[in-house]
Every structure is written in structure tokens, then in C-alpha cells.
Write a protein that binds this ligand. Structure first.
Ligand code: KIV
Length: 300
């Protein structure tokens, strides 16, 4: 629980953490994962659209809908975390019009209780981000490997690998910061590039696959816990293999059921003394009217 504020973490708290310690962000998609991330001391819980892959079984993040994101964000907020909860704007929730983007961002705040939203992209999202900020909704930016650009990037590929592309990324980050985002996720970029961006923008950067120099780090909780069901990317550090532990536990349950060892006496409810016999007598009296009733479960 180290480093955790005793009050709910706010956007100004996060902005004040620029170059002060390291910000910890984890994803959550339901109340249990939110509780675990919060108890572990996360500063920010992101209801990331990666839940499309780690919870819903999709191949990319592109298939998750706004309604599904709200459903998961509400579950996360029901855990009443102290961490700042940010809703991730899914694919097509902010691409069609500025008005629709503001409405969808507003749903994360008004319906789910999030403290802000995250949007992928730089320069081409500025008008949208300005409008969302105009609706008093804090915005977290997201640059570099933006998973919603999967098809344009030709897969999940490290970005900004040339001097030209790196310079463009620095400019995009500066534009986002000038526009008013309160932090920027840098995903899948060389550590040197993330270091320069971090030095050049006045808001905290939060890295994922972006080296150690960012103001904070984020990982997908299911990857950290070994629950994502596939080999994680190389930037993930897996701290547990809960999928194996869970499969073993569930296997033991299955064996106990099949072997008649579950449930035990202690795991069963019983009628009070005498009541069982009385019940049998009553049932017999009733069933006496239909002596050969098939499937009579009450005969002793
Ligand atoms: O959806 C997500 O989990 C994310 C993080 C990886 C930043 O966008």
C-alpha cells in the first residue's frame, strides 16, 4: 500500500506528480481486479479497452463497444477504489464527430463515475480533446503504439524508431500537453524517445513498453498476473502465474465432485433435529395419495 494517498486520488494529484516519484497505473475490468489494483497501491486504474482481449477474448481492441466499456467501468467503480479511475474511449466512440465524442466521454463520467477518459492519437484528435475538456472532463493522451491503429500500423509494432518519427512524436506530445491533457501514455516506443518526450512535456508521461524514464508505468493487470491466456509482449513482467494456480484449484474441485468428496458434512445445510423426520412423514402422507409417483426424491 506504499505511496497511496488516504483520500481519493484526483487529476490535480497526478499532474503534481510530474518528476516526483513514479506513478503506478494498472488496468481493471471488474470489481475484483479493481479491488486488487487499489489494494496494491495503484495511483490510477484504467478501464482499458485491452479488456476486449484479456476479458472478452477478442483478437484486438477494435471490437469492444461503448456500452460494454460502460458496463465494465461501472463494475470497477463499484469496488470504490481510492485510485483515480479513467475510462478508455473505445474504437469509433470518438472518430465520427466531436459531438458524439463528448457524449461518449460524458457517459464514462455521468453513468460510470470515472474521473476522466483516455483517447488515442495526437494532432488529429486535438479538436475532439478540446471539446471534451470543454465539457469539464479530464483527458489522458496516448501516443506511440496506439492499438486502435492496428491495421494502419500493420500490427502491434514499436513506433518512432527513426529520428524523423521520434521528432514527430515529441511534437505530438507537446501539442497534447498544450491542449490540456493531464498526462500522456507512451506505448511501444524506444526508451530514448520516451525519455526526450518526458523531458519536453510539462505533464506526466506513463510508459508501457517505453523504457524506464517515464514519470510512471502501466501494465495490463491480466498480463502481470499471468491471466491473459497468451504469451505477453516482451515489455511485460509477469509477477504471477494465476492461470496455472486457478486451473489446478478448479481441477481439484472437479476431482472432488467426481470422487464424492464434495460437499462434505461441514459444507452442507441440515434441518434442525426432529424436523427431518417430521418432513419425511408429511411428504409420505402427501405422496400416499399418489403411491407410485415417479421421481419421488423424498422417499427414505
Ligand atoms: O487498454 C489498455 O489497457 C491501455 C493501456 C495498455 C495503456 O490502453
Amino acid at each position: 500500500m506504499s505511496g497511496q494517498a488516504s483520500h481519493r486520488t484526483t487529476v490535480p494529484d497526478i499532474k503534481a506528480r510530474k518528476s516526483v516519484g513514479k506513478i503506478v497505473m494498472l488496468t481493471a475490468c471488474d470489481a475484483p481486479t479493481a479491488r486488487m489494483a487499489d489494494d496494491a497501491g495503484a495511483d490510477i486504474i484504467l478501464v482499458g479497452d485491452s479488456l476486449a482481449m484479456v476479458c472478452l477474448g477478442h483478437e484486438t481492441t477494435l471490437s469492444v463497444t461503448m456500452d460494454e466499456m460502460i458496463h465494465h467501468a461501472k463494475a470497477v467503480k463499484r469496488a470504490r477504489p481510492r485510485a483515480l479511475v479513467i475510462g478508455d474511449m473505445p474504437y469509433l466512440s470518438y472518430h465520427l464527430s466531436v459531438e458524439e465524442a463528448v457524449r461518449n466521454a460524458g457517459r464514462f463520467v455521468a453513468q460510470a463515475g470515472c474521473g476522466g477518459v483516455k483517447i488515442e492519437g495526437g494532432r488529429k484528435r486535438l479538436r475532439t480533446i478540446e471539446a471534451i475538456l470543454g465539457a469539464e472532463i479530464p483527458v489522458m493522451g496516448h501516443l506511440g503504439l496506439t492499438p486502435q491503429s492496428y491495421h494502419v500500423m500493420g500490427g502491434f509494432r514499436v513506433q518512432a524508431r527513426t529520428a524523423e518519427a521520434a521528432e514527430a512524436l515529441v511534437r505530438e506530445a507537446q501539442l497534447l500537453a498544450a491542449c490540456g491533457v493531464f498526462s500522456i501514455v507512451l506505448e511501444g516506443v524506444p526508451a530514448e524517445v520516451a525519455q526526450i518526450v518526458t523531458a519536453e512535456v510539462p505533464v506526466p508521461t506513463i510508459g508501457i513498453g517505453a523504457g524506464p524514464h517515464c514519470d510512471g508505468q502501466v501494465l495490463v493487470t491480466h498480463d502481470v498476473l499471468g491471466l491473459s491466456g497468451s504469451e505477453p509482449p516482451r515489455f511485460v513482467r509477469r509477477y504471477a502465474d494465476l492461470a496455472s494456480a486457478a486451473t489446478l484449484a478448479l481441477g481439484s474441485f472437479a476431482e472432488d465432485v467426481r470422487g464424492g468428496r464434495f460437499p462434505s458434512e461441514a459444507e452442507s445445510y441440515h434441518l434442525p433435529q426432529g424436523a427431518a423426520e417430521e418432513l419425511r412423514m408429511r411428504i409420505r402422507a402427501v405422496l400416499g395419495e399418489v403411491p407410485e409417483a415417479p421421481g419421488n426424491r423424498w422417499r427414505s
